[in-house]
Design a protein around this ligand. Structure first.
Ligand SMILES: Cc1ncc(COP(=O)(O)O)c(C=O)c1O
Length: 459
């Protein structure tokens, strides 16, 4: 059966059996995307239509699609050893840990899991366990986190996130473990200030929060350097160093979520490496394997790891296990993925082509509905407003239409959170192999589509 012929049977089979993430089932009944193949930055559907994937899947296929070499790596590892639990050692996981540790300064240990959510879950637990060991007279269990952030989909990571709509049907989510503070979302500064003169009011707000909660109750602070969910919010350069100082001052571990930001997305291998900050915990996923196989990790500085050492009778070891953690085939694929990224200098390419993309996107500011264009590396947001002065958000209906129209024109564009979470930013996080002609095409499709759809909001 040809791919095109099988489309209708796949759709029938799928609708009758599959629960899809996040999309309303009714929407899927009306419109289905069946992707059957992909190469570099282009994906192909069952009807043979090609789409330039401006989102690298879910911000994750960093080295691009169609690297058959990685299939060979996986097959070879599966023939040798497909699986054994990570309570024992295996060659690819040890090699991958050494590689990741080296890229993050060389004084870490790596705990492998399978998704960004699990990596953050593991990190929350490590921070609490560390605090229990190191501050036995205190009860440090809280995580300070930011509104509008996203750190995963499990109950604890949802609680840590600051996306109200995503949490609403599951609340209450535990107790007061996750304490939210204002995000560094400069276009809509929660304090009504400008980045050039704000004196980092949002970091002062964090300090007040830590003092108010009592530092002796706070285990860690989770920070995604460039905030994804709210539409690529890039903080001022001195934000992360100031947060790191604050953490140090109060004995709070700094946990940097590099699940999207990491592995070249922002123009450095890791986004926190744009400044001179060494986090205590770094969580990684997505780009670590470019999604060829599931792989993720919580990377812990040795200053934290040493807290898990001791005589077995002390019971200080990491008290958890993940069946697929350190999976040999996934580890082998992730290692080769990282090598490719380094060989092809994809982080540098992300910086250079990201600047080119941002220049292109800034030309869209000539449309009155484009309120803000921001980004770092191959990672950009175009925030749409009805009115530039009031910054009234472009309604969801128009944003959805723009995304759909771009797709009809062969370009996949993402968008920010949605609902009360401000879903009015178009987002780009393409494969890092994206070419300049492809960047021109993305900009040109947006340039045509925005003025077509946006005036409807004013009508
Ligand atoms: C910043 C961030 N952290 C964590 C996660 C969760 O990762 P996963 O979907 O692999 O569980 C995501 C997912 O998009 C994310 O954007």
């Amino acid at each position: 059966m040809s791919i095109a012929a099988s489309r209708s049977s796949v759709v029938k089979q799928d609708l009758a059996n599959v629960i899809h993430p996040i999309l309303p089932h009714r929407q899927l009944e009306e419109h289905q995307l069946v992707i059957v193949s992909a190469k570099d930055s282009t994906v192909v559907d069952a009807d043979g239509h090609e789409y330039l994937d401006g989102m690298a899947g879910l911000w994750c296929v960093n080295i691009g699609y169609g690297r058959t070499e990685l299939a060979d790596v996986a097959a070879e590892q599966m023939r040798q050893l497909a699986y054994y639990p990570h309570t024992a050692m295996n060659l690819p996981a040890a090699a991958l840990a050494e590689k990741v540790n080296g890229l993050l300064g060389g004084d870490n240990h790596v705990y492998f899991v399978n998704s960004g959510s699990e990596a953050n879950e593991a990190a929350f637990k490590f921070a609490r366990q560390y605090a229990r060991h190191e501050f036995p007279r205190q009860n440090r269990y809280k995580t300070i986190t930011r509104y509008y952030g996203y750190h995963g989909t499990t109950l604890a990571t949802l609680a840590a996130g600051g996306m109200g709509d995503r949490k609403a049907k599951f609340e209450p989510l535990g107790g007061n473990d996750f304490v939210h503070v204002a995000p560094p979302y400069c276009y809509r500064c929660p304090f009504g200030l400008e980045p050039t003169s704000c004196d980092l009011a949002c970091v002062k707000n964090m300090e007040t929060t830590i003092q108010g909660e009592g530092p002796e109750t706070v285990a860690e602070m989770i920070i995604e350097p460039v905030m994804s969910a709210v539409g690529v919010a890039v903080p001022p350069d001195d934000y992360l160093p100031a947060v790191a100082d604050l953490c140090k001052q109060h004995g709070v571990l700094l946990h940097v979520d590099e699940v999207i930001n990491g592995f070249g997305r922002t123009g450095r291998l890791f986004a926190h490496q744009h400044c001179d900050v060494r986090p205590d915990i770094v969580t990684v996923a997505k780009g670590i394997s470019s999604a060829y196989l599931p792989m993720a990790a919580a990377v812990v500085r040795n200053s934290v790891f040493q807290s898990f050492l001791g005589d077995p009778s002390e019971n200080r070891q990491v008290n958890q296990v993940n069946t697929y953690g350190g999976h040999p085939a996934a580890a082998a694929v992730a290692l080769r993925n990282i090598e490719i990224m380094l060989e092809e200098k994809l982080a540098e390419r992300s910086a250079e082509n990201g600047a080119y993309l941002l220049d292109g996107l800034r030309t869209l500011l000539r449309h009155p509905w484009v309120g803000d264009v921001r980004g770092k590396g191959l990672y950009a947001g175009v925030e749409l407003v009805v009115d530039r002065k009031s910054k009234a958000v472009m309604p969801q209906a128009q944003i959805k239409r723009i995304v759909e129209r771009c797709q009809e024109r062969g370009v996949i564009i993402g968008r920010s959170g949605g609902g009360r979470h401000l879903g009015n930013t178009l987002v780009l996080a393409p494969p890092l192999v994206l070419t300049r002609p492809e960047i021109d095409r993305i900009v040109s499709v947006l340039d045509r589509t925005i003025p077509e759809i946006c005036p409807e909001a004013a009508a």
